[in-house]
Ligand binder design. Structure first.
Ligand SMILES: [Ca+2]
Length: 91
């Protein structure tokens, strides 16, 4: 499922893909993820540059948990995925 379909699915349920506001929330959500699965979080960009990342629910982007050398914003990578025990990667 791509990011837009996943977000639409969440909106159907009255919500959004997850916004992560601090390390406590980050650890909590990580503990809920299934080993080996890949998840979209609610972070997306429509332009290059760190300040362009936006949460799907409109909350201010002021916490980040990027993996090493991420985000690359390479070849149109404009959404963010996450795996249990890993860090965020744009994809
Ligand atoms: Ca990337």
């Amino acid at each position: 499922m791509n990011f837009d379909d996943a977000e639409a699915y969440c909106i159907n349920w009255g919500g959004h893909l997850a916004t992560i506001s601090n390390s406590v929330e980050n650890e909590l959500i990580d503990s809920l993820l299934k080993e080996g699965s890949k998840y979209w979080i609610g972070l997306k960009t429509e332009a290059l540059g760190e300040e362009a990342w936006k949460w799907a629910d409109g909350k201010t982007f002021d916490f980040e948990y990027w993996g090493e050398n991420q985000p690359t914003q390479k070849d149109g990578q404009d959404c963010v995925h996450w795996k249990k025990g890993d860090m965020w990667r744009d994809s």
